[in-house]
Design a protein around this ligand. Sequence first.
Ligand code: FPP
Length: 247
Amino acid sequence: MKADDLLAQIRVNGQVPRHVAIIMDGNGRWARERNLPRPLGHRSGMKSVRAVVEGSLAAAVEVLSLFAFSQENWQRPPAEIKALMSLLQEYIAREAKELNEQGVRVRVLGDLSRLTPSAASAAEQLVALTADNSRLTLNLFISYGSRAELVRAARLIARDVRDGRLDLEAVDEEALRSRLYTSDCPDPDLLIRTSGEQRISNFLLWQCAYAELYMSPVLWPDFSRRHLYEAIMAYQNRDRRFGRVTA
Ligand code: FPP
């Protein structure tokens, strides 16, 4: 089916996921299959980012979370890290105006202290430019690891208890949830991973407790609006029980 036909079907089905999270994987393999250097795979992955942003806007998804760079990715060769950082800046330079006009609120989440100063400042500017938008929240996870995010939340709790702002008895799920980067977002309903890998890879471990998982064999640079809609349709056919029995 064509993307627009799938979109029409999704609208008829109702129950669009409020929050879609994506582990964008397979750029390197896409490049290798073409005898291209890995950074060209990442570059080609940028147009898939555009496709899923547009697809999410059209389907009225509220939050789109993209795993763009993990903490583990800092261990990649310096040339590849450099290429990814400059791609991030290029993405921001190229897309900021349109994202803003489309009503997208962009946030950049992760340990941004490790970004190059120019990448960090480009990210800050995009976040500030789009802060008042509300059609779609686009969370770009950069220099992010879920365990590190949980450790950070635990530290924030410990500090508040130590300083008398929080009772030990008041430390509950909400206390932790509210100290995550995603505190103002609903949890992901649908987690997509591309390139056929069947792993979560330290992405949104707490937040994805009840997410429906969708593993696509498609390499990220080939992932299009149509593939996003296929994932949403699959989600709409799932029976979500959250540990309960079906009514
Ligand atoms: C995984 O492929 C992908 C990444 C580590 C980077 C993702 C970046 C982009 C899609 C481009 C820029 C995006 C933004 C938002 C500016 P991989 O290298 O692990 O692929 P492989 O597993 O085939 O080697």
